[in-house]
Design a protein around this ligand. Sequence first.
Ligand code: URA
Length: 217
Amino acid sequence: MNKNIDIDPIKIPNKNVTIEDIKDKAKQISENYKDEAIGGYMCGDGPIPSDILFIGEAPGKNEIIEGKPFVGMAGKTLDNYLNLANIKREDIRITNTCFFRPIKIKQGKTGRETISNRTPKPSEVELFREVLDAEITLVDPKIIITLGNTPLKRLTKFKTIGECHGKLYFNEELKRYIYPMYHPSSLTYNRKESFKIAYEDDWKNLKEILKKVLTAK
Ligand code: URA
């Protein structure tokens, strides 16, 4: 628990949790967080319940402005691959592991400030444990697709995405399937053709896996 948060907790009830409870809690945590600079917060988007839940890392600038996950550069990449796998965005729920935008502020030589995204710290991910767990319960997906290392480490015992991407696992704790994928922005950082091919293969595989998981009783 974060020591700097000294507020009345909004307890998320185990049963009959509503999306409003989840939004209230995410707001309360974000507005009371004082350890590091953050650039606003936002919650998930898409139908509830939903058989498919994608979980990203944390929102960036565009997501905060629009109040929706994955609408910036990474979102454009995600949309392209959703198309490839025949998945309609309006049919899936998308959320994040950390609900606020973690930022770093740098002062240039001229005194000009630049603000950029950073990976959420483990303690920041922990702040939203209860919120994300409640959202998973509410959305009640058959399969969770984790995007990148942050949601992977939060929900599984895997240490890196490299060791498990593109394969289907059953998570006994959550009693749900988990399909780990690289984060869409990894395509921006890794320009190798071999990586692009491996990334596309994971999406093609997902298309086949969904046919089985979504029809299984
Ligand atoms: N990257 C993420 O992990 N989540 C978003 O919502 C946007 C970009």
